[in-house]
Design a binder for this molecule. Structure first.
Ligand SMILES: Nc1nc2c(ncn2[C@@H]2O[C@H](COP(=O)(O)OP(=O)(O)OP(=O)(O)O)[C@@H](O)[C@H]2O)c(=O)[nH]1
Length: 226
């Protein structure tokens, strides 16, 4: 249950006068200065694909099918047999490892998606680089009347994890979506050395489905002691 993509960022971009989605539609394509791998993780149905599609294409699908595929940009699209856990795990660990940014999503209307967050953090602790930027996103803010998780609860969760930022968003209403990804990329770039080695760059895209598998032995967690 991960989605991800290569985010392209041009140097000296600054804050746009128009929305970033508008800029994406109107500006002619130009070679990117960097390609950074960002993955989007979270429980089933929280809106990972919707956030990604809102950011990349400025589209929203009301009745999307669940993601069950791995795709490698410019290459083949391959259906995953969810029983094929071994192959899945090696792909998962590779993509976590390569991620410069991780967007961890829950649904503000679904308690269980918030309760799953510690499991996702275990995956991050096990597989991701310590330097990866982390962003917690409470999606479906347009469903305020069905809210099950308060902003304060989520802020408390994020504050216990070193370097994790938090925001709420709506892929449906296109609220905070550009901000999520552009801020994440700015944070990643601000940490990078001026000369980025080419092996650091990635152009792969990932979209996976199975439930998070909790590793039996975990490295020291990012959770801070209270
Ligand atoms: N109201 C509302 N619905 C949303 C929002 N984002 C996604 N959805 C809906 O939630 C459902 C699941 O969205 P997806 O983007 O497929 O969620 P996902 O996390 O990629 O789901 P999986 O691939 O199954 O893990 C779809 O019906 C979307 O239309 C949002 O911001 N607001």
């Amino acid at each position: 249950m991960e989605s991800g993509f290569g985010v392209q960022r041009r140097a000296g971009g600054g804050s746009p006068a128009v929305g970033a989605s508008q800029r994406r539609r109107k500006m002619p394509p130009r070679a990117a200065d960097y390609k950074l791998q960002v993955i989007i993780i979270g429980s089933r149905g929280v809106g990972k694909t919707s956030l990604m599609e809102r950011f990349t294409d400025d589209t929203f699908c009301e009745a999307c099918k669940s993601t069950v595929a791995v795709s490698l940009e410019g290459q083949q699209q391959q259906r995953l047999d969810t029983a094929g856990q071994e192959r899945f795990n090696s792909i998962t660990s590779a993509y976590y490892r390569g991620a410069k940014g991780i967007v961890l999503v829950y649904d503000i209307t679904k308690q269980e998606t918030f309760e799953d967050l510690p499991k996702w953090m275990k995956m991050i602790d096990k597989y991701a680089s310590e330097d990866a930027e982390l962003l917690l996103v409470g999606n479906k803010l347009d469903c305020e009347s069905d809210r099950a998780i308060s902003r304060q609860q989520a802020e408390r969760f994020a504050s216990r994890i070193s370097g994790m930022r938090f925001c709420e968003a709506s892929a449906k209403d296109n609220f905070n979506v550009d901000e999520i990804f552009l801020k994440l990329v700015d944070d990643i770039l601000s940490k990078m050395p001026l000369e980025v080695p080419s092996k650091e760059l990635s152009n792969s895209v990932l979209s996976l489905q199975p439930e998070p598998e909790i590793p039996p032995e975990l490295p020291p967690p990012r959770m801070r002691c209270c």
